[in-house]
Design a protein around this ligand. Structure first.
Ligand SMILES: [Zn+2]
Length: 263
């Protein structure tokens, strides 16, 4: 705690004045919230730093594995922090862009990968008592691993290690038109990171399962995007619906990505 307390003292003396100026801009509506950003709680991810945003601009929702629980009308208790965050941001504060952001070397996704053959058993009381994390990952990552293992057999996963297989040819929908996807077409990443990208797209598609958001998405007032951060290269990617895969955000690609993000 000592480092945290010293950090507060440093904030008090060096940063508080600028912070209050930023909050004042929010109060005067000079700065308005613009994005709901759902990402993993991994301590190596610092979204406000790599997005270069200031106070008042981004609503951040974090959990293990950047999950967006699928809305299930059959369950009486359907509350989730992520659904509540989407409503608070998009409906109550008029935010127009939702981003779901995954990342490389994600411990939660790695754990999901290692338990991919037993996910369906994780609703057992034993798992619930022993590991809330496994229960969480199984509850909201089951669809990811079911689709992933169907698309990408164990044999093909082994081949991918030698650079011979691309995970592609699957369709997704972020709430409007359906598009064809591929994961890691350059075959730059490990099988766990491929799953992480696939998982990020799957969770992004879950945003549109919330009935309260559907009319906003249909009208274009809310737009849904997927990003993915490569921790070891400090490189942010954005999913391109027209290209069908994640594209590194660079000067050469940003105009195309910005244009696509408008719809
Ligand atoms: Zn993570």
């Amino acid at each position: 705690m000592n480092k945290l307390l010293r950090g507060v003292l440093k904030f008090n003396s060096a940063i508080r004045k600028n912070y209050l100026a930023e909050i004042d801009k929010v109060s005067q509506e000079i700065v308005k919230p613009m994005t709901v950003f759902i990402t993993c709680m991994d301590c190596r991810l610092d979204p406000l730093r790599f997005l270069q945003t200031q106070a008042g601009e981004v609503f951040v929702v974090r959990n293990p594995g950047n999950m967006v629980p699928l809305f299930d009308p059959s369950k009486p208790d359907n509350a989730s922090a992520e659904g509540g965050g989407l409503e608070l941001g998009c409906i109550m504060n008029g935010i127009g862009d939702v981003v779901v952001c995954g990342h490389s070397n994600c411990k939660a996704v790695n754990s999901l990968y290692s338990q991919r053959h037993v996910c369906h058993e994780a609703q057992d009381q034993e798992h619930t008592v022993d590991s809330p994390l496994k229960t969480w990952l199984s509850a909201h990552g089951l669809r990811t691993v079911q689709k992933f293992t169907k698309l990408f057999s164990e044999e093909e996963q082994l081949l991918s290690v030698e650079g011979k297989k691309i995970l592609g040819g699957f369709k997704l929908n972020f709430g409007k038109e359906e598009f064809l996807c591929a994961v890691d077409p350059q075959n730059d990443f490990s099988i766990e990171d491929k799953l992480s990208q696939f998982h990020c797209l799957q969770q992004t598609s879950n945003v549109a399962s919330y009935p309260i958001l559907q009319p906003y998405i249909a009208s274009g007032d809310v737009r849904v995007h997927a990003m993915w951060f490569d921790i070891f290269r400090a490189q942010m990617f954005m999913f391109s619906r027209t290209r069908g895969h994640f594209v590194a955000i660079e000067e050469s690609s940003v105009d195309e990505l910005r244009e696509e993000a408008k719809s």
